[in-house]
Design a protein around this ligand. Structure first.
Ligand code: NAD
Length: 256
């Protein structure tokens, strides 16, 4: 059980972040949800988790594209035994047409935010005498696709940061690892389906099988529950000597 631990999950009002937060709450952890908005429905997500699982759950607004916000999120959380760096965005374009401001935003949100939150969280983990850093990277942290320069660069960067975090905490009861998901059917991916159906003149099933899951040999999406389960494993005693590495949850993508 993760009772007594506090988990901070960046970018967790949707998709994988919310799924991982839910699994952690189910396992007994207190959770801090985050995104850059401050709507009633954001705070309601935390209330619901708290009611359903009997844990303390809070929503804290912080913009992961800003270093100061990243550090303030951890300060406001007050405790951070488990840090899940998950916030991320995507933009798809050829390098010579890639908008520089999109490049900067992806590098900031998908990569630099993890540097800032980790920097703020490690002293709290040391104080508590235990810690887990789990970075949600991607199959694109290990391999590449065309037209995703910023995303692939950022995710490779996150894998590199994970290794350094692990080395700097190697003799302490703190571990740092990256989970590398293949395709997960989140709002981020769901939104691409209608356009792709039009572009290729395909039905939904064909788009999913032949376009989205073309590189996922299992031909199935990974689920947010499976990613939550992987994060919980990394928080368990069985994983105490697993540090500085990646765990792929990608249906065989990176075996290809
Ligand atoms: P999503 O769009 O559902 O979730 C992204 C989350 O990040 C949202 O909660 C969003 O509010 C938050 N976010 C975006 N910009 C932010 C900012 N500036 N500050 C704070 N929060 C911000 O997408 P998802 O698919 O759940 O993606 C979550 C993570 O998983 C991302 O890092 C993504 O790269 C990674 N990932 C996703 C897939 C997939 O197939 N869905 C595969 C591999 C990796």
């Amino acid at each position: 059980s993760l009772k007594g631990k506090t988990a901070v999950i960046t970018g967790s009002n949707s998709g994988i972040g919310l799924g991982v937060a839910t699994e952690l709450a189910k396992a007994g952890a207190d959770v801090v949800l985050n995104s850059f908005t401050d709507r009633d429905e954001d705070h309601k997500l935390a209330e619901d988790l708290s009611k359903e699982h009997g844990v303390t759950a809070r929503y804290i607004k912080a913009d992961m594209s800003k270093g100061d916000d990243c550090r303030t999120l951890i300060e406001q959380a007050g405790r951070c035994d488990i840090l899940i760096n998950n916030a991320g965005i995507q933009h798809v374009a050829a390098i010579d047409e890639f908008p520089p401001e999109k490049w900067d935003a992806i590098i900031a949100i998908n990569m630099s935010s993890a540097f800032h939150t980790t920097a703020a969280a490690l002293p709290l983990m040391r104080e508590a005498g235990w810690g887990r850093v789990v970075n949600i990277a991607s199959a694109h942290g290990l391999t590449a696709s065309p037209f995703k320069s910023a995303y692939v660069a950022a995710k490779h960067g996150v894998v590199g940061l994970t290794k350094v975090t692990a080395l700097e905490t190697a003799e302490e009861p703190i571990t740092a690892n990256a989970i590398c998901p293949g395709y997960v059917l989140t709002p981020l991916v769901e939104a691409q389906i209608p356009d792709t159906m039009k572009e290729y003149d395909m039905d939904r099933e064909t788009v999913i099988r032949d376009v989205l899951l073309a590189r996922q040999p299992s031909k199935e999406f990974a689920t947010v529950e499976q990613l939550g389960g992987t994060a919980i494993f990394l928080c368990s005693d069985a994983a105490a000597q697993i540090t500085g590495t990646t765990i792929s949850v990608d249906g065989g993508w990176t075996a290809l």
